[in-house]
Design a protein around this ligand. Sequence first.
Ligand code: KG4
Ligand code: ZN
Length: 345
Amino acid sequence: MLTLGIESTCDETGCAIVRNGSEILANVISSQIDLHNEFGGVVPELACRRHIDVMLPVIDEAVKQAQITLTDIDLIAVAHGPGLIGALLIGLHAAKGLALTLQKPLVGVNHVEAHLYAAIMSLQEPIEFPAIGVVLSGGHTALVTMHSPDRFSLISQTVDDAIGEAFDKAAKILGLPYPGGPQIEMLAETGKSTHVFKPGTVKGRPLDFSFSGLKTAVLYAARGQNGNEESRVLTDIEKANIAASFQHIAFSDVIKKTLQAASQGGSIHVVFGGGVTNNQKLREMFGQLAPQLKLHWPNVGLSLDNAAMIAGLGHHCYLREKQDACLHLEAVTRLPFSNTTRGPQ
Ligand code: KG4
Ligand code: ZN
């Protein structure tokens, strides 16, 4: 079964062709980093216009790379949320147009759930469920119980910034370009964790995350106790030490809470998703601090936003539901996990 997946939730336009939910025949991504760089973050209106410009060429390129024709496609999958409304609509309408023209079924996929599926489609051998899912992206930070590749219950999430967002904001404070995550990772390699920042805690919900305090700690370290010493000039070493300290605390916090969730859920399999999982230091620290867990990371090219994960999860969702969403499918800016029951922590 061949699925064509479309991704346009934020600032990447993607189209992928995936066979039977895991064999990637093409995974084309057009990044907009150049476009948003000068603004230090994603400008929704610009993102939307760029999606319009590149959506059809990206689809054409995916079909070409997969060496198929559009009529070979059995299913169209599209990320219909969560994300920026204008950006989502471009992908959704392209998907509906294809489904109607080709007379093929259409399935809507939750972008955040698909991030976890990226690790599932990277597996060499099947894993045991339930597993703990760890989402670390620019818009979301959550721990979930994965009952299957497409069934979840929420354990905990961030009460303020997502971890990727905190990386981007910390980078901005240190004068680094957008997106800040890879920049912080690079800078941290040359620094030492000399600052004693505190991880965020949430009263009564020990597994929830909070990253806004950590971001403020970076601001104070860079610009003085009130954060208003704008003219303060940091040396390269000072910047690197702040980056290393921030990264170390953020990742230690994620690891500690993941270990707790795994022990409470009686699961040793941990599935990771989201752009921050591209960070090699995160992978290294998890390996060192959680040797008792079996860690499943997305393959190269599947951590950041991509359409292969959308096509892959779309395949599973369609086989489960056997329902063609077609013209009824809507773009949803906030889309919770499929099952949002939250238990005590
Ligand atoms: O999952 P993603 O591609 O998009 C969302 O769904 O949000 O994640 C993007 C986020 C950005 O905040 C970016 O700074 C962060 O992932 N990121 C990283 C790294 N690469 C990307 N954060 C830390 N280290 C990295 N190497
Ligand atoms: Zn994403």
